[in-house]
Write a protein that binds this ligand. Structure first.
Ligand code: DX5
Ligand code: ZN
Length: 213
């Protein structure tokens, strides 16, 4: 099964964001990595840049919040143009409440799991989720190598989603490239995020097509 491809603008040239977005117009979504320097060591972008990206692309914006207390900013990111909002399970004490709060903004709701996190805490919220984001690197930076140990987690989630007859999408983020994309698709991933593999490619459309499968 082909996957949806979501290039991460973390690896784009922010001085020319509009032109960079034009080069990935053949993708399915645009992945936006929001980092606060607290949940992860790095600091990246906020609603202002999301709003600028929204004006520069027709693709849905897939906003990945790697921040503590994400509930405080859900409305801001939705207003800026986020179509999908994903929070980290590890950052939410009241995960069910955060998912409800995302839906209340009108956005699709996702929950991300760090490489060390079990899918078990999603057991009682899976029905309410539009997306589960499986991190295949430790979040914070682009260009890292994938952690092989995440494959069984993707498979277990895919089985659980299928058994319950849900439409929840599985997204994988970190170290995805044309050479390994098929392994993620075979494990059950529906959406593949790729930052460095797309933006460092000389032919970005070809990289997107190869990752899609
Ligand atoms: C990592 C981010 C990823 C990252 C992926 O913290 O969530 O989206 O940009 O980058 P690559 O594809 O280069 O591993
Ligand atoms: Zn991401």
């Amino acid at each position: 099964m082909p996957a949806l491809v979501a290039p991460s603008i973390l690896s784009a040239d922010f001085a020319r964001l509009g032109a960079e977005l034009d080069t990935i117009a053949s993708a399915d979504w645009v992945h936006v990595d929001v980092m606060d320097g607290r949940f992860v060591p790095n600091i990246t972008i906020g609603p202002l840049v999301v709003e600028a990206a929204k004006r520069s692309t027709k693709l849905p914006l897939d906003v990945h919040l790697m921040i503590v207390e994400p509930d405080r900013y859900l409305e801001d990111f939705r207003r800026a143009g986020a179509d999908w909002i994903t929070v980290h399970a590890e950052a939410c004490t009241h995960l069910d409440r955060s998912i409800q709060a995302i839906h209340a903004t009108g956005a699709k709701a996702g929950v991300a799991l760090n490489p060390h996190s079990s899918e078990q805490p999603l057991d009682y919220v899976l029905e309410t989720l539009d997306l589960v984001l499986v991190m295949s690197v430790n979040p914070g930076f682009g260009g890292q190598s994938l952690i092989e140990r995440v494959f069984p987690k993707i498979e277990r989630l895919a089985t659980a989603i299928q058994k319950r007859g849900l439409k929840t999408l599985i997204e994988v983020d970190g170290g995805v490239k044309p050479a390994n994309a098929q392994r993620f698709r075979d494990a059950g991933a529906n959406v593949l995020v790729a930052g460095s593999a797309v933006f460092s490619a000389t032919d970005r459309a070809a990289a997107i097509a190869a990752i899609r499968g």
